[in-house]
Design a binder for this molecule. Structure first.
Ligand code: GLA
Length: 769
């Protein structure tokens, strides 16, 4: 009897409601999530998040507990801190609430009743919406749960609606409240860093109380990333063990609270940062909160990463809005620029508009090999200089040539120019056309750097509109990199930002935009709105940014985007809905990058991880590394070249051409395959990634090691997820291996080599049996 259920669950996600017991069960590929109505309809109480469970089980749990969700407090608290799916502040609750609202008559707590549910099936997704209504004030909180066929990801978000006749001030509103099962000694893993040192994995053991990770900077931030894993007893590792993971899709200030409550339950809850934020919800207004996705696996950190990657490829990357958060706002009168028929580097036709949420689609195209001029030319760009770089880039096999900063009026250094987005006629007397034509004639597409949310005080824009930046009356306007942040929450400023980039894309054959954002917010004021909720800027800025990007993508299908914020300061699942790739870090030292990339791939797919090969010694760290090593590290994601090619020797150029050709061969497996992090330079004698094609037939190994010590060699590298009975041939050598041998004895990676900073690339193909 069980078999058909299992079969269906293998491919279809589904949502079950038991009317008698008032329970819900979300079934994903191999996991389950359940909750029940409690307290006579006043709460939705969490029951389960973990391995899949039979559909009969949630109602049985309720029956066993005498008609109510079981109470599982470990300690008596004198409170009612039960694990509710979404917690409105009020009553005897002292743990972190999900929602805090002020009503017009001075009431500041919320009580509600479950009033309605809707279940919709669209494409490969099922979405459950549950309405919780405050009967007095008309605040309706709709909890959304979305499950995806073939995945273990559950996406949650809330929508707040004011159906009353008075304004409601929302002071805190989380996207989701994730309750974990009652286990002991939870380990939290998260990503922390700074400029040049992003996405490094940190760990903490959670004891009683709260740990709060957040950004108050207006962007996702270099310091912390809204992603986590939790595993009880620190028992999980890369290959095994139970792991719960979450990722918030938001590119502005955020907050996630990890709290082991006084009652002994652990929850991870969060969304928009409530610090300095509030939103005044007028009658009939709606507030759509960003998605907070979560997943469970019993197969370790590696499996959690692979799930995030595959799900993002299928449903997030460049798919646009998944929740109705942004409404189409700009129409463009301009025609998209004429450009050659779009084909991917692999020769496949490129889709036009990306499919919407839940709609099946081909998935993002393979990332082209890119050249970026920043480290070579900094602000000193010129037509001749860029053409010389482009010629060399084309010679070594680059497919997309990107001119970085310095091309617009007044931009001689970082003191001036931001805001004046017209081409500098002294550098490009005939505009960008001649350069773009030359780049196209060399067989490459052309991309451009912009930083449209910013302004230098030394710019015509600022001189004309000093009130367009965030500022407080009678307070310093703190500069950072000599620039200020435009108040993109203002509709007129958002219109202007859209118009600048729309014009550039309409007038020039630009096929790629690197969208930068180089400083955090400060003095986040909007004096003209004093008394009218200027604190909303934290959210409205990002919502408008999303709407601008969505509109630009709709108006210019085929143009692709990279998200950059002084390196990897804006890396999250929200921006990835609008960008094909992320600039991982301004630190291009390949040895440092291994660690940054190890953290980045915990949640983000390799194809989104832009990695450049730059000059040696590295401009920032001064470290000298072999060209091959630098390439092998950058080949772990989307390969780019960022060095000054005019100074590379013929030998270096020839080696680069050979390595780029090798990358193009492994690219489909690296970008679309499954990533196994075999070893970490922070713990092992070398770092290594294995990428496995979906059918298991192609295997790519990249391994890197640092200085050797005491003449010690490195043990062979044990591979993962191969068929032990199959034979695998080294495509570039003569060697053949049994799968069992590679899994148990390992692949010899560096023989007797004592090289400091050595690396290898091995391609294996499964032999037909
Ligand atoms: C930021 C980016 C760099 C480069 C510069 C240009 O720092 O991270 O890659 O684009 O801005 O000013």
């Amino acid at each position: 009897m069980d078999e058909p259920v299992r079969e269906r669950r293998a491919s279809l996600a589904d949502i079950w409601h038991d009317q008698a017991a008032e329970t819900w069960l979300l079934e994903t590929r191999s996991a389950g999530y359940a909750f029940a109505l409690a307290d006579s309809g006043a709460a939705l109480r969490h029951l389960h998040w973990g391995p899949g469970m039979p559909t009969e089980m949630p109602p049985a749990l309720i029956a066993l507990a005498g008609g109510q969700p079981p109470r599982r407090e470990r300690y008596r608290t004198g409170a009612r801190e039960l694990p509710d799916e979404y917690v409105p502040w009020g009553g005897l609750r002292f743990d972190e609430p999900s929602l805090k609202a002020d009503y017009a008559d001075g009431t500041r707590s919320t009580e509600w009743r479950f009033t309605a549910q809707r279940l919709t099936r669209q494409g490969a997704t099922s979405t459950l919406e549950l309405d919780l209504t405050d009967p007095v004030y008309g605040l309706v909180t709709t909890l959304n749960y979305r499950v995806y066929d073939g995945f273990d990801v559950i996406e949650r978000w809330a929508v707040l609606g004011n159906r009353g006749d008075q304004p409601i001030v929302i002071r805190q509103a989380h996207s989701a409240n994730w309750w974990l099962p009652d286990r002991e000694r939870w380990r939290l893993r998260y990503l922390h860093g700074g400029w040049g040192a992003e996405t490094r994995v940190a760990e903490a053991t959670l004891g009683p109380g709260k740990l709060v990770l957040e950004s108050r900077r207006g962007t996702t931030s270099h310091q912390f990333n809204p992603w986590f894993t939790l595993d009880p007893g620190a028992r999980a590792d890369e290959d095994s063990g139970e792991v719960w993971s979450g990722a918030l899709a938001w590119s502005g200030s955020w907050k996630i609270v990890y709290e082991l409550t006084s009652a002994g339950h652990l929850h991870a809850c969060g969304g928009w940062n409530d610090f300095d934020w509030s939103s005044r919800l007028l009658p009939d207004d709606r507030l759509v909160l960003p998605p907070f996705a979560g997943l469970y696996t019993d197969a370790g950190f590696g499996a959690a990463s692979r799930e995030w990657h595959a799900w993002a490829r299928a449903h997030v990357i460049a798919r646009g809005d998944r929740t109705g958060m942004t409404e189409p706002r700009w129409r463009t009168a301009s025609r998209p620029a004429q450009r050659p028929p779009a084909v991917s580097p692999a020769g496949e036709p490129v889709d036009g508009a990306a499919p919407g949420p839940g709609e099946p689609g081909a998935g993002p195209r393979l990332r082209p090999v890119l050249y970026n001029s920043w480290e070579a030319t900094s602000f000193s760009v010129s037509q001749g200089g860029q053409e010389r770089l482009a010629e060399r880039a084309a010679q070594i096999g680059v497919e997309l040539f990107v001119m970085d900063d310095g091309w617009f009026r007044g931009r001689e250094n970082d003191h001036a120019g931001l805001g004046d987005w017209t081409v500098d006629a002294s550098k490009f007397p005939l505009g960008l056309d001649p350069l773009i034509e030359r780049v196209n004639a060399l067989g490459m597409s052309f991309g451009l750097w912009v930083e449209p949310e910013m302004v230098n005080p030394d710019s015509d824009l600022y001189r004309a509109h000093p009130d367009w930046v965030y500022h407080f009356a009678h307070r310093t306007r703190s500069q950072h990199r000599n620039q200020l942040v435009l108040n993109v929450a203002r509709p007129d400023v958002a219109d202007w930002v859209f118009a600048q980039v729309d014009r550039l894309l309409s007038e020039n054959n630009i096929e790629f935009i690197k969208w930068d954002m180089n400083r955090p917010f400060s003095e986040p004021g909007w004096p003209a709105e004093a008394g009218h909720n200027p604190e909303r800027i934290w959210v409205d800025h990002v919502r408008n940014l999303y709407a601008i990007l969505d509109a630009l993508r709709a108006a210019h299908p085929g143009v692709e985007f990279e998200s950059c914020s002084g390196g990897g300061g804006r890396a999250d699942l929200g921006i990835l809905g609008r960008a094909e790739q992320i600039w991982t870090s301004d630190n291009t030292d390949a040895w440092d990058r291994i660690v940054i990339q190890e953290g980045f791939t915990q949640v983000f797919a390799p194809q989104t991880m832009m990695a450049w090969v730059t000059d040696s010694p590295n401009w920032w760290t001064g470290r000298r590394l072999p060209l091959r090593f630098r390439f092998h590290v950058a080949m772990a994601g989307a390969l780019g070249i960022g060095g000054d090619l005019s100074r590379w020797t013929e030998r270096e150029l020839a080696e680069a051409a050979e390595l780029i050709a090798a990358y193009k061969l492994i690219r489909p497996v690296v970008q679309r395959g499954r990533l196994y992090r075999l070893a970490s330079v922070t713990a092992d004698s070398c770092g290594a990634h294995e990428y496995l094609s979906d059918d298991g037939a192609q295997v790519v190994i990249l391994a890197w090691w640092g200085p050797s010590s005491c003449g010690g060699g490195r043990p062979p590298l044990r591979l993962a997820a191969l068929d032990p009975r199959a034979r695998y041939a080294d495509v570039d050598g003569r060697q053949q291996y049994w799968g069992a041998e590679l899994l148990h004895e390992g692949l010899p990676v560096n023989g007797a080599s004592q090289d400091d900073f050595g690396s290898t690339l091995v391609r294996l193909a499964r032999r037909p049996s």
